[in-house]
Unconditional design. Structure first.
Length: 525
């Protein structure tokens, strides 16, 4: 028998634990589990534990963003171990460290959600408390499976507490996984209210619209899916609960705002649950008391295209470290104008400065690799842009342009110049359906780069569009050979594009799950 791994649910001093003979008996949860749901206070602590499981380094504390960005084709990854080289060159192995940890941590979180849902209905607590907390956990489980299915396709569906009947689960189809996500979100919509704070009913509609948007993009010509995505998205827009922040910079100041549909909160000093995105994405020396690695840097193609299409777009200065920045060494300002790309390029330097860096996760108060900034998996501009694409596919061009031009207007209004900004200009009614579709593909890059959906956004329109994106990178004159052992010429191998539509199922899962064999591996791995 393969080695079996069972996850337990730990929340503060409370522990859902099973009997010692894990493989021979059904888990009989101890008195601690009953204690957890004895009062609303302790049950709320258990709920906080569910949220905490989505803030580990393996989930949204780092790897959700890093794995998505690193394998998107929109970023350059500096040499820092073979596992990083694999991501950057799109040659990811089933044993890749980051890939395995992200998969494991998502399923660890799902195990917590399953335990919570199994016990909360048995609790003698107020019905409104049970309803709200169930709705929040259904949402969290849907979000975890959204992360899995958009990266791996079909995955094992674990929807109940682990026992001997549910130790080994077969790989479900991609459709079955999407159906499970939508089912959880429909349950969340029933249980939640629009005014709920941490997760509202409208947030569930937002994730539902994102899920259906991905499904419709994959299917392309299934008008029913586009219509369903529209219905869910309209619930978000007509609710009036969320709006665009007045200034794009406001989105990256570290706190939730009126554009935030769902966010996760972090504390600076918490060993296993902290935000490390700044250390990964921001350039060396960019924080006085922090450690920044420049591990993942923005593709020159993305930066050059953004600058070319929208010169002077205020989002450029907000989204990227470029040209120069203030560099700190030993907690002292070393250089107030430390030059980086495009001031520094191949001809005069070969260190990390030859690439732009993502600025969205920069935290001036970062300590070592710790940041207390919020992470926002869903915000209102994302919904507006996906709704623009939905309406465009349904033939409603004027409505589509209305949505996207709200985003364009906010971007222009984010200028700090006394003269304001000309770009990005509003999109014209003269644009064709095909032009709007293609432009929205890159607009999502400019508006949402690095915020968690890079992997699926690059692939949702199919392999030919993904190849187009990779070829765009290959043709950029600034992507010239460098000393890099795996990705030596910074040119993507288009013959591997089809394989790269999904990530490989971790070998660890294949070796420890008796219901999965090597034949279940994604194509090409």
């Amino acid at each position: 028998m393969k080695t079996t791994i069972l996850y337990t649910l730990m929340i503060g001093s409370f522990l859902f634990s099973s009997c010692n003979s894990w493989l021979d008996e059904d888990p009989q949860y101890t008195l601690n589990a009953k204690t957890v749901f004895e009062s609303e206070k302790s049950a709320q602590m258990a709920l906080y534990g569910c949220y905490s499981s989505m803030t580990t380094l393996g989930t949204f504390g780092n790897y959700a963003e890093e794995l998505s960005a690193g394998t998107s084709g929109l970023f350059y990854l500096r040499k820092q171990g073979n596992w990083m080289e694999e991501l950057g060159s799109l040659n990811v192995s089933p044993t890749n460290t980051l890939l395995v940890m992200h998969w494991d941590e998502l399923y660890r979180a799902i195990s917590q959600f399953n335990n919570y849902l199994a016990f909360i209905d048995k609790a003698n607590l107020r019905p409104e408390f049970i309803s709200r907390t169930k709705g929040e956990v259904y949402f969290l489980r849907a979000l975890a499976y959204y992360q899995l299915v958009t990266k791996w396709g079909g995955v094992p569906l674990r929807l109940s507490p682990t026992n001997k009947e549910h130790i080994n689960e077969p790989r479900a189809t991609e459709q079955a996984c999407y159906d499970a996500i939508l089912s959880d979100l429909d349950k969340a919509i029933i249980e939640l209210k629009p005014e709920n704070r941490d997760v509202s009913q409208i947030a569930a509609y937002a994730l539902k619209s994102k899920t259906l948007f991905i499904m419709a993009s994959r299917a392309q010509n299934d008008m029913t899916l586009w219509e369903k995505a529209k219905l869910a998205g309209e619930k978000v827009i007509t609710s009036g609960r969320y709006k665009l922040a007045e200034n794009y910079q406001k989105l990256f100041d570290g706190m939730s705002n009126k554009e935030t549909i769902f966010s996760l909160h972090f504390m600076t000093y918490q060993y296993s649950n902290y935000n490390r995105t700044g250390a990964v994405f921001c350039p060396q020396g960019s924080t006085k008391n922090g450690t920044n690695w420049s591990r993942i840097q923005v593709s020159k193609t993305v930066f050059d295209e953004h600058n070319k299409l929208y010169p002077g777009d205020p989002r450029i200065d907000i989204s990227y470290f470029h040209t120069s920045y203030a560099y700190y060494k030993k907690q002292e300002l070393f250089n107030s104008a430390y030059e980086v790309y495009p001031s520094v390029n191949w001809e005069n330097n070969k260190d990390f400065r030859q690439w732009p860096n993502l600025k969205k996760y920069w935290d001036k108060d970062q300590v070592a690799t710790y940041s207390s900034r919020d992470i926002t998996p869903i915000r209102y501009a994302d919904i507006l842009l996906l709704m623009a694409e939905v309406e465009n596919e349904l033939g409603n061009k004027t409505t589509a342009l209305g949505y996207v031009n709200q985003v364009m207007t906010r971007a222009r209004n984010s200028s700090t110049s006394a003269w304001g900004a000309i770009n990005p200009t509003n999109w014209s009614e003269s644009m064709t359906k095909e032009e709007i579709r293609d432009r929205l593909f890159v607009e999502r890059e400019f508006e949402l780069l690095g915020e968690g959906d890079d992997f699926i956004d690059a692939r949702r329109r199919g392999v030919e569009k993904f190849k187009w994106m990779l070829l765009r990178h290959n043709k950029n004159k600034n992507n010239r050979p460098d000393q890099h052992p795996v990705w030596s010429d910074h040119v993507y191998d288009l013959s591997k594009a089809e394989r790269n539509m999904y990530l490989p199922i971790p070998l660890k899962e294949i070796n420890t799950n008796d219901a999965i064999t090597e034949s279940d591996q994604n194509k090409g791995y």
